[in-house]
Design a protein around this ligand. Structure first.
Ligand code: HCA
Ligand code: CU
Length: 388
């Protein structure tokens, strides 16, 4: 069964200007746990003492989700993570010759030795620790180097190899696609006697993070990384709500409580300072609002005409927006909801005219305004008669 790893508290905090206070981190972890996310990457403990405390608190809260920490391929990072009591450790190190030679002044064999030493150390300290090794920028590095490093890591005790598209480079249907990458990596590792779980970490630089992750999933990936609001470095990674909804509704994965998603997004949006755009899928204000008269008319009769997702699944409501796009069906529908039954057909048309005028000025008419418009129309009529 596919596992979802949420990295809001690690990758998400790599968004410029985003930092969650420790009690907010705990509240986010709490909701992720209730939703049923399999793994929560709670932070990189060596970064600051406060993050260390947050990781420790979350790891000791007794959540059902497996709690993980991020770690460079150095012993002191691993020691800090182990002190925090995490059950999952994500170790990363690059494998491209350019990066290794240029930044770390190492060759691949020295890098593999370092990765293996650190993994062996971690496994010895905590034998049931789940260890993920990520060759950073996996998909743009030489495949041969990735296989060599991943093989070394698995032989040293790594349980998961993550394919990181660190720069959002992959495009489904081209020669650089996740489907082929997962198949090829699994086969190459198997040839070397290694059968780790495969994770996919997809950045969203071209808006293809979810498509790439699903491409990897179709090829048999075991773990998919995501964050709330898709936050992370630059354009971020896979959006958690989109991923969970697609896994649930299109791939028959029935283990997530999607009804908690709006609450989680509200919390993360508030404390990250990143607003949810109105047209954001699933969570945005307009995600379940029908506007044009033709749509409203059909959707009021049967929502499936203009919806492929039931709002109730994610604890949202279907709405109908009244503006210049509205038709008489929209008005009749609004009046029915409001239980206003005593209007003449020409009065209903007058309401429509009024709503269209307001809409043209760039504003949406809320349902609660309709009785006011009715009142105004009746009053103006009365006034007109009297002065005549
Ligand atoms: C990073 C880069 C990373 C690592 C992913 C991982 C990436 O911020 O350190 O450790 O699995 O995208 O490569 O997020
Ligand atoms: Cu990343």
């Amino acid at each position: 069964m596919i596992q979802v790893l949420d990295a809001t508290l690690r990758e998400g905090e790599q968004t410029p200007g985003v930092y969650f206070d420790n009690h907010i981190k705990l509240a986010i972890a709490n909701l992720l746990d209730q939703i049923g996310v399999d793994i929560i990457e709670s932070g990189h403990p060596i970064v600051t003492a406060e993050i260390y405390d947050a990781v420790k608190t979350i790891a000791n809260k007794g959540f059902n989700s497996t709690i993980g920490a991020h770690s460079r391929s150095v012993k002191k990072d691993v020691e800090a993570a182990l002190e925090c009591g995490v059950d999952f450790l994500g170790i990363f190190y690059c494998v491209s010759d350019e990066r290794l030679n240029g930044v770390f002044k190492k060759d691949l064999n020295q890098a593999i030795e370092q990765i293996s030493d650190v993994i062996q150390f971690a496994k010895k300290e905590k034998p049931n620790l789940i260890i993920r090794y990520t060759p950073e920028d996996t998909v743009r590095s030489s495949f041969e180097n990735v296989v060599k490093a991943a093989t070394g890591a698995v032989k040293a005790g790594a349980d998961v190899i993550s394919i990181a598209d660190t720069t959002g480079f992959m495009v489904p249907g081209t020669k650089n696609n996740f489907y082929d990458y997962v198949i090829n990596l699994r086969a190459a590792l198997k040839e070397n006697g290694c059968e780790p779980k495969i994770a996919v970490h997809c950045h969203n630089d071209k808006g293809l993070a979810l498509a790439n992750a699903l491409d990897g999933y179709r090829a048999g990936a075991d773990i998919i990384d995501a964050t709330v609001l898709g936050i992370g470095e630059r354009a971020g990674i896979v959006d958690l709500a989109e991923l969970l909804v697609v896994l649930t509704t299109n791939f028959g994965v029935e283990k997530f409580d999607l009804a908690k998603l709006p609450e989680l997004y509200k919390l993360v949006s508030k404390h990250s300072g990143i607003p949810v755009s109105q047209n954001y899928p699933i969570i945005g204000e307009n995600a379940f609002t029908h506007c044009a008269g033709v749509h409203t008319h059909a959707a009021a009769k049967n929502p499936m005409h203009y919806e492929s997702l039931n709002p109730e699944l994610v604890n949202r409501e279907r709405k109908f927006s009244l503006d210049h796009m509205s038709g008489i069906a929209s008005i009749k529908f609004a009046l029915k909801i409001l239980d206003i039954t005593d209007l003449l057909p020409e009065e209903e048309l007058q309401i429509l005219e009024e709503v269209k005028k307001i809409g043209q000025r760039g504003r949406t008419v809320e349902l609660s305004e309709i009785p006011l418009i009715v009142d105004s129309i009746k009053h103006s009529k009365h006034f007109y008669k009297k002065t005549k």
